[in-house]
Design a protein around this ligand. Structure first.
Ligand code: ADP
Ligand code: ZN
Length: 759
C-alpha cells in the first residue's frame, strides 16, 4: 500500500524535516502547500517539502490535522530558494519556508483578505420601469425615482446610480448617507448589499517623495539620451538580457551617475520580452522613491513588498503577485522571496548595504540570495553601488561577475569638494568638548546666508551616550545588557539601545550615592540642540529612529526638504542613503569615526561606504557641493580614500588587510554564539561545542570561545567562537554534527554563516 506520508518544515529552531501521515479523510497536499500539524501539545502551521515520502522505519507517525491549501501556496522556485537558504545558512527548513510567506499566511490564516460591505444599485430584474432598450444604468433611472421616498433616499440613489459597480457603505457614510437609508433601499428591492474583497494599496499610504519631480534638467525620462558612459554600460546589460541566461553584473557608479535610469530602461526591455523584474532596495525608506519612478513608467503592474506595509497590504499585494497580476516587485530583502514567476531581471540597488543581511533566523544575505535566485531563474542580476561590497568587488575581480563602471555624474556635474577636519587639533585649540568644528559652523552659516540647504550626519542617536558619576566614575548601565544607557533629553529618559529599557534620570549615583551625575558623548539630539541654539531662526529637522517612528514620516520629511522648507537636516545614516536632494550644498559629518576602532573586521568598509555615500549627497543640483568630515583619524585609509572618492585605493588596501588577516571575502567565516544564564555557563557550553566541532573535522580554524563583545543582551550572557576556512559546507556539517551530540544546546546556539555583526 502506498504510504500517505509527507515531509513538512515547521518554524521551530533546530527542527529539520518532519514526517507526518495524511489521514484518508484529507487530500494529499502538494509540495509548497501549508498544513497544520501537531507538535508536542501544540498545533503549528508548516509547509510541505516532499509530497510522498516513505514512512520512517521506526516510531509512530502523527497525523496531519488540516490541509490549508489544495494547491501550492509557494511557487516551486520559492520553495527551492528557501530550501537553499536553509541549507546554506544552517537554518531550519520550516523557518526558511515560512519566512518566505507574508506574515498572516504564517499562522495559516486563509481569510486575510479584507472584505467590506458594498451597496450596489440593481440594474436588472428591476421591480418596474426598466427602459425598453435594457439600458438601465445612469442615463435611464428616472422611472424608478417614483419608488423613492424622501430626499435621503434620492441622494443615495443618485450616488449609487453614478457608480454602477457599487459603493462601500463606509464611503456612503462619508457622503452623508446613513446605513438606515441604504437598508431601506435594500428592503424596497432597489439595492443589494454584499461583501466584496478590496485590495489595500500601499501606494496610497506611502505617497510623497516622488523623485520624478526632482529631475536635474526637466526633461522627461523617456526623451533623454544616455550619457556615453551610460550607453556603454547599457549595451552590455542589454546584451545579457537578450541572451536570456543567468549572469551577474556589478554596476559600479558614483552617486548621481545615472544607475537608476539604467535600471528603468533595462526593466522596460525585460518586460517587453515577456519576463518580470524584481528590484531590491536596502531600506523601507528608499522604496517609495524608487517605486514612484517605476510606477511612473510602468503603472499599476508595479508593486511593493516590505515589512513597513500593514499586514493587510502585504497580504493583498503578495496575492496579486502570486496570481500573476504584477510585473515589477520592489522591496526590501524579504522581497527576494516574492512569488513572481518568469523573472528575467533582478536588480539589487545599493548592494553593499548591510541591511541586506537578516539578523534573525534564517540569517540570510538578501543580495547573495538574489544571485542564487537569478541562477535558478536564468535571469540577469544587476548589483548596483557607488561603493561595492568587498564580496562583490572580489567576485568581479575574479571574473565571476561582469564589472561595469560609471565614473562620472550625469552631464559631468562635479562631485562634492571634501575637507577633512582633524578633531585632535580642534580639541587642542578649543577644549575636548567641542562637537562641531569652527570650519563646520562657518560653512553652515554661509549656507544659511545664501538660502541653501545643509545636512549634518552623526551615526548615533540620543543626547548623550554616557551618564556617569563625578564622584566614583561609575557609568549608568542597562540592568539587562552590558552597555551604557543613552540619555534622551526630550523624553527625559535614559534608554538602552539594545533592549529598549528606559528609566528616569536618578538624582544620585546608584553605586556611591554621589549627587553629581554628568554626561559625555553626544548623539543627534545634542547636535540638533546645539545647532538650534546657534541659529535660532533656522528651520531645522532631525531624522533618526526617535523622530521617525510612523510609516510615511520619512517621506514627509523628504518632501519638505525637496520643497525647500528645511534649512538644516540633522540625522543618522537614515539621511545618508540614496535620497536625492538637489539643493543640499553642504554635508557635515560630525564624527566619521563612529564604528572605527570597534572589534569588527568590516569597520573600515562601513566607514568608507558611509562617508562616500554621505559626500555623494552634496551638490546634486546646480551649485557645487562641499562636504566637511570631522575625524580623529584623518590618516586612516578608509577616511582618506572616502575623502578622495577613490574606491580603487580603498579596495586595494582593504582586500590586502582581509587576505593577511584571513577574513571574508578571502575566506569563509561562521560565527557561533552560545547563550547562557551566566557567562561561565555560556563559555562552558561553547567550549563543549568547540571540542565536538574540532572532532567532526571542520577543515577549518576554530577560534575561541571567548565572551562576545556584548557579553550580555536582554539578560542573556553570550560566548562566541568562529570558524574560518575555505569549505563552508564542511564547516556547517561539523557544527551540525556537534549540535547533534548536544541537542540540549540547540536552542541556546545561534549559527551565523557569513556574519555581519560579530559583536
Ligand atoms: P544614481 O542612481 O546613479 O544615483 P540617477 O539615475 O538617480 O543616479 O541619476 C541622477 C540624476 O540624473 C537623476 O535626477 C536622473 O533623473 C538624472 N539622469 C539620469 N540619466 C540621465 C540622462 N541620461 N540625461 C539626463 N538626466 C539624467
Ligand atoms: Zn538593555
Amino acid at each position: 500500500m502506498a504510504a500517505r506520508c509527507v515531509s513538512v518544515g515547521v518554524p521551530v529552531p533546530g527542527l529539520g524535516r518532519l514526517t507526518y501521515r495524511v489521514p484518508e479523510s484529507l487530500p494529499l497536499p502538494v509540495r509548497g502547500a501549508r498544513v497544520t500539524v501537531p507538535l508536542g501539545t501544540r498545533a503549528v502551521t508548516g509547509c510541505v517539502i516532499e509530497a510522498a515520502v516513505a514512512p520512517p522505519d521506526s516510531g509512530t507517525l502523527k497525523d496531519i490535522i488540516e490541509v490549508i491549501d489544495t494547491d501550492a501556496f509557494l511557487p516551486e522556485t520559492v520553495v527551492a530558494l528557501a530550501l537553499w537558504v536553509a541549507e546554506y545558512y544552517a537554518a531550519g527548513p520550516g523557518d526558511a519556508l515560512l519566512n518566505a510567506m507574508p506574515p498572516r499566511a504564517r499562522t495559516g490564516d486563509a481569510s486575510a483578505f479584507r472584505r467590506v460591505p458594498v451597496a450596489q444599485w440593481k440594474t436588472e430584474m428591476e421591480p418596474e420601469g426598466s427602459s425598453p432598450r435594457g439600458d438601465t444604468r445612469a442615463n435611464a433611472p428616472l422611472p424608478r425615482k417614483t419608488l423613492l421616498r424622501g430626499d435621503k433616499q434620492r441622494v443615495a440613489a443618485d450616488l449609487l446610480q453614478q457608480t454602477p459597480e457599487g459603493v462601500p457603505l463606509s464611503a456612503l457614510r462619508r457622503s452623508g448617507v446613513s446605513l438606515a437609508t441604504v437598508r431601506s433601499l435594500e428592503r424596497a428591492g432597489l439595492v443589494t448589499i454584499h461583501d466584496e474583497i478590496v485590495e489595500r494599496d500601499p501606494f496610497e499610504a506611502v505617497g510623497g517623495a516622488d523623485r520624478t519631480q526632482w529631475t536635474l534638467d526637466g526633461t522627461t525620462p523617456e526623451g533623454r539620451e544616455l550619457t556615453p558612459e551610460q550607453a556603454h554600460a547599457y549595451r552590455h546589460l542589454e546584451e545579457a538580457v537578450i541572451t536570456g541566461l543567468f549572469r551577474t553584473m556589478l554596476l559600479q557608479g558614483v552617486t548621481g551617475s545615472g544607475k537608476t535610469e539604467l535600471y528603468l530602461r533595462l526593466a522596460d526591455l525585460v518586460l517587453r520580452r515577456g519576463r518580470r523584474v524584481l528590484v531590491l532596495v536596502p531600506e523601507i525608506a528608499l522604496t517609495p522613491a524608487l517605486a514612484g519612478l517605476f510606477r511612473a513608467r510602468f503603472g499599476r503592474r508595479v508593486t511593493i513588498q516590505h515589512s513597513g506595509l500593514s499586514d493587510g497590504e502585504r497580504h493583498d499585494q503578495w496575492h496579486r503577485i502570486r496570481r500573476g497580476e504584477v510585473d515589477v516587485v520592489i522591496g526590501t530583502r524579504s522581497a527576494v522571496f516574492a512569488p513572481l514567476d518568469r523573472v528575467g531581471l533582478i536588480i539589487v540597488d545599493e548592494e553593499h548595504d548591510h541591511a541586506y543581511k537578516q539578523e534573525d533566523a534564517p540569517r540570510y544575505q538578501g543580495r547573495d540570495v538574489a544571485v542564487v535566485r537569478g541562477r535558478m531563474e536564468g535571469a540577469v542580476v544587476v548589483l548596483g553601488s557607488a561603493t561595492p561590497s568587498l564580496e562583490s568587488a572580489a567576485n568581479a575581480a575574479a571574473g565571476r561577475y561582469d564589472h561595469l563602471t560609471l565614473t562620472q555624474r550625469v552631464w559631468n556635474k562635479p562631485l562634492a569638494e571634501v575637507r577633512l577636519v582633524d578633531m585632535r587639533q580642534e580639541f587642542a585649540a578649543h577644549g575636548a568638548d567641542v562637537m562641531i568644528s569652527q570650519a563646520l559652523w562657518d560653512a553652515l552659516e554661509l549656507r544659511l546666508s545664501r538660502g541653501e540647504q545643509s545636512m549634518i550626519l552623526l551615526n548615533r542617536r540620543g543626547f548623550a551616550t554616557v551618564v556617569f558619576c563625578r564622584q566614583c566614575a561609575a557609568t549608568m548601565e542597562c540592568p539587562h545588557c552590558s552597555v551604557t544607557l543613552t540619555y534622551h533629553r526630550t523624553a527625559r529618559k535614559v534608554r538602552c539601545h539594545y533592549c529598549n529599557y528606559a528609566s528616569g534620570i536618578p538624582k544620585a549615583c546608584g553605586t556611591c550615592g554621589g549627587e553629581f551625575l554628568e554626561q559625555s558623548g553626544f548623539g543627534t539630539e545634542r547636535v540638533e540642540a546645539d545647532v538650534r541654539a546657534r541659529f535660532p531662526g533656522a528651520r531645522i529637522v532631525r531624522v533618526d529612529r526617535d523622530t521617525i517612528r510612523r510609516r510615511g514620516a520619512i517621506a514627509k520629511v523628504l518632501t519638505a526638504v525637496a520643497k525647500g522648507e528645511v534649512d538644516i537636516l540633522v540625522g543618522t545614516q537614515m539621511i545618508a542613503k540614496g535620497h536625492d536632494f538637489p539643493s543640499v550644498t553642504l554635508v557635515g559629518v560630525v564624527s566619521a569615526d563612529v564604528g572605527l576602532g570597534v572589534a569588527d573586521f568590516r569597520a573600515a568598509e562601513r566607514t568608507f561606504q558611509l562617508l562616500t555615500q554621505v559626500v555623494g549627497r552634496a551638490g546634486r543640483g546646480d551649485i557645487p557641493g562641499e562636504a566637511i568630515v570631522q575625524t580623529l583619524y584623518p590618516d586612516h585609509y578608509s577616511v582618506k580614500a572616502a575623502a578622495a572618492q577613490d574606491y580603487a585605493a580603498f579596495y586595494a588596501q582593504e582586500i590586502d588587510f582581509r587576505t593577511r588577516m584571513r577574513y571574508p571575502p578571502t575566506i569563509g567565516l561562521i560565527n557561533v554564539v552560545v547563550r547562557g544564564t551566566s557567562l561561565g555557563k555560556a563559555l562552558d557550553d561553547a567550549n563543549a561545542l568547540v571540542t565536538l566541532t574540532r572532532q567532526a573535522g571542520a577543515r577549518a580554524t576554530v577560534l575561541g570561545p571567548a565572551p562576545a563583545p556584548l557579553s550580555k543582551i536582554k539578560d542573556e550572557y553570550r560566548a562566541q567562537f568562529f570558524l574560518k576556512g575555505a569549505h563552508r559546507r564542511a564547516m556547517r556539517d561539523a557544527i551540525e554534527h556537534a549540535l547533534d551530540q548536544r541537542p540540549d544546546l540547540r536552542r541556546k546556539t545561534v549559527v551565523d554563516v557569513d556574519p555581519y555583526s560579530t559583536s
